[in-house]
Design a protein around this ligand. Structure first.
Ligand SMILES: Cc1ncc(COP(=O)(O)O)c(C=O)c1O
Length: 361
């Protein structure tokens, strides 16, 4: 790529617009093209498209700069998570929060069923993490956790993990690099469901891993790249093109959605149909425990007209879901909890729809 964008010299919103572009030669395209090919003429940098693609390179350059490392794009967030979990030995010990994104939770259960060990600590129990790190092979963190919105002291836990040489992974999907850059806190690997905020328009399923630009980071990055190539969970160039287009507006979307989330959290506090608001103080996701049972929470989802009742998050459209409707969701998640992903609509329209739907409790 011939971009001149340097994340060290630009504000992040400028970098998002400028990075991952073709060089500025006369007549050059402003966007990297969607390169549809399965193979390349011999003796070039890449010979087969399961190993690389110029459209991937542009996205990887942009995301790598954002996180302060080197990125790899994967077929989905789960593809990225699977690659990161391949870093733990088959019978090794993973230390993780007791509630994570449920797909990750299912893979951790599978690790245990295959003879490995998983030590689970409450996300806010810093002392518990520090003690359990002594015998861990891999530390898995998510902050805030999905959907309980618990915040782990990443800096403290990651610093100790680094001291002990324990490989650490942070799922940064909910925070995005705008709120948190885990590599700068000592993480070895960042994973993303690019499907969510980075793409931002609910039209793409994609994932990414990012490692530090250090000798250790490059060594881990090569293992992740090998996993991607050999297991074959690779991204389609069209999806990557769309993700890079979405990334251009990440700062504007996230700023707007975060401001609305803060305002909705404030208005929901003390609402007669809401027993508890779980909002970590930043970001665009919050969860609420409705003042009623699971059926009451389902009625709220069915009653919204603007909020979309659906299972994803991070799109321009606001979405809500009762997470326990998924049998694999952690039992730590209350049955009456609704996760709200705040989009970029006008906050007063969002409030009017939610307030009216909450009457269904
Ligand atoms: C925090 C988090 N990580 C990972 C994933 C999985 O990503 P994908 O659906 O792109 O495979 C999700 C999906 O909801 C998620 O919320």
């Amino acid at each position: 790529m011939g971009t001149e964008a340097n994340p060290q010299q630009l504000h992040v919103d400028t970098y998002l617009v400028a990075s991952g572009r073709p060089g500025r030669s006369p007549g050059a395209s402003v966007n990297v093209p969607v390169e549809l090919t399965s193979t390349y003429a011999a003796d070039g940098a890449v010979n087969y498209a399961r190993s690389g693609n110029p459209t991937w390179n542009a996205f990887e350059e942009a995301l790598g700069g954002l996180e302060g490392g080197r990125a790899l794009v994967h077929a989905s967030g789960m593809g990225a998570i699977s690659a990161a979990l391949s870093l733990v030995p088959a019978r090794g010990t993973v230390l993780a929060p007791d509630t994570t994104y449920n797909g990750t939770g299912d893979l951790l259960d599978a690790h245990e069923q295959a003879g490995g060990t998983v030590v689970r600590v409450h996300a806010t129990d810093t002392a518990g993490f520090l003690a359990a790190l002594e015998s861990a092979d891999l530390l898995w963190l998510e902050s805030p956790t999905n959907p309980l919105m618990d915040v782990t002291e990443l800096d403290v836990v990651l610093a100790r993990s680094r001291e002990l040489g324990v490989t650490s992974v942070v799922d940064n999907t909910l925070s995005t690099p705008l709120l948190c850059r885990p590599l700068s806190l000592g993480a070895d690997v960042v994973v993303h469901s690019v499907t969510k905020y980075l793409s931002g328009h609910s039209d793409v399923v994609l994932g990414a891993t990012v490692v530090g630009d250090t000798e250790r980071g490059r060594e881990i990055g090569e293992r992740l790249r090998r996993h991607r190539t050999l297991h074959g969970a690779i991204a389609g160039p069209m999806e990557v093109f769309l993700a890079l287009r979405g990334l251009r507006t990440l700062a504007v979307r996230f700023e707007r959605a975060s401001a609305s989330a803060a305002e909705l959290a404030r208005r929901l506090e003390g609402h007669p149909s809401v027993a508890r608001v779980r909002y970590p103080g930043s970001g665009a996701i919050l969860s609420i425990d409705v003042a009623g049972d699971a059926d009451a929470a389902e009625r709220v989802c069915a009653a919204t007209r603007l909020w979309l009742h659906s299972t994803s998050l991070g799109g321009v459209e606001s979405q809500l879901e009762r997470r326990r409707r998924h049998p694999s969701e952690s039992r730590e998640v209350p049955a009456n909890l609704l996760r709200l992903s705040v989009g970029i609509e006008h906050v007063d329209d969002l409030w009017a729809d939610l307030d009216r739907a909450l009457a269904a409790v």
